[in-house]
Design a protein around this ligand. Structure first.
Ligand SMILES: [Zn+2]
Ligand SMILES: [Zn+2]
Length: 365
């Protein structure tokens, strides 16, 4: 597979185009022009027509200056299509910026073939807005030292497309459990307690949608999970154009590696769905049997937008890491909290759960 370094060029002046989250267009900072995806692609097509075409790849992904990356262990060196300087990347980098001329560079060869994502959610929050929201979020937290947050202390703010697996799964679920119902009443001076023991049977079709698993080993797993969920309706068919001006990473976690954690998640969600149908006055619920049969799993690979922040407070050695969902603005990370308390990571269930139930009968034990 040919690895290529591409800079998408402005059709008007030839400078590098970057994706603009605010207008959702492709913008040239040099001459100020903006282009739709169609226009940017057409310009790239006509430029690419001058270079040799590879039959497997669409012309839009051809580099104007093709460059076979030279690999040495984990690092790969490319040459910037604009200034010719060396761009050193690690094995998973798929989009970056030239350190010297600051032109955006997309390494589209790393996102082709089996590594071509099916979908991408483009950034919707521009950099300045991300910075503003981050500071607002941080200042709104209680127990945080007052002087902790200042714009100037943000060390690094990067827009990164991270790789994720997205799995939808249909299955036939079944659960058996035992539970008690306790009734207490009084007659005269005597208090009576009646404990009824139930066997609970549940079965039904379960749909688990949009279960997301981070697919990059070097990423802080907690952080890249904490920014979930994303809204699927903004999902676009993948084109490398959306990556221009941002960083992007390709996956290094394959399906087989992600599978065990996903199986556990499927079990947990299924159990939770069935448990939720047990009336609230039942106590000591104990699940004795759980089945997740006839699983129909659909796996998709996609890139999702995340703003990452590193922050070092004044007079401290410690660097703090944060992540913000680049689509919704949800922020997560650890804050330095007074009284030795740490902020909990944002949690939750990342998936839309649906359940069709065939109720089992209540059986008095
Ligand atoms: Zn231009
Ligand atoms: Zn350059």
């Amino acid at each position: 597979m040919m690895d290529t370094a591409t800079t998408y060029k402005c059709p008007s002046c030839g400078a590098g185009l970057t994706f603009d989250p605010e207008s959702q267009t492709f913008h040239c900072e040099y001459c100020g022009s903006s282009f739709t995806q169609e226009e940017a692609r057409q310009a790239q097509d006509s430029a690419a027509a001058e270079v040799e075409k590879s039959p497997e790849e669409p012309a839009a992904e051809q580099a104007e200056a093709q460059d076979q990356g030279q690999q040495t262990e984990e690092m790969t060196v490319y040459h910037c299509p604009s200034c010719g300087a060396e761009i050193v990347t690690d094995a998973t980098t798929a989009a970056t910026q030239c350190f010297y001329c600051h032109n955006p560079v997309v390494l589209s060869g790393r996102l082709s073939g089996e590594f071509r994502p099916e979908y991408v959610i483009p950034f919707a929050i521009p950099k300045e807005e991300a910075e503003k929201r981050f500071l607002h979020w941080a200042r709104s937290k209680r127990f945080v030292p007052r002087d902790f947050f200042h714009k100037s202390r943000i060390q690094k703010l990067s827009g990164v497309y991270f790789p994720y697996w997205m799995v939808d799964c249909k299955l036939d679920g079944a659960m058996e459990a035992t539970a008690n119902r306790v009734r207490v009443w009084r007659t005269g001076n005597t208090e009576y307690t009646e404990t009824s023991r139930y066997r609970i049977v549940r079965g039904g079709k379960v749909n688990l949608n949009e279960m997301l698993k981070p697919a990059l080993k070097k990423a802080d797993q907690k952080l890249v999970e904490s920014v979930l969920p994303f809204e699927r309706k903004e999902m676009k068919d993948f084109t490398p154009l959306y990556l221009t001006g941002f960083q992007a990473e390709k996956r290094d976690v394959e399906r087989e590696e992600a599978q065990p954690a996903l199986e556990q998640q499927i079990k947990n969600y299924t159990e939770q769905l069935f448990r939720d149908t047990i009336p609230g006055d039942m106590v000591a619920v104990n699940v004795t049997h759980l089945e997740t049969n006839n699983q129909d799993q659909k796996w998709q690979y996609l890139l999702l937008p995340v703003w990452t922040f590193t922050y070092r407070p004044k007079g401290e050695d410690k660097t703090y890491f944060y992540a913000m969902n680049g689509q919704t603005g949800k922020v997560c990370g650890e804050l330095p909290i007074h009284y030795g308390r740490l902020a909990a990571f944002c949690g939750g269930i990342y998936g839309i759960l649906a359940l069709l139930l065939f109720f089992g009968r209540w059986l008095l034990g």
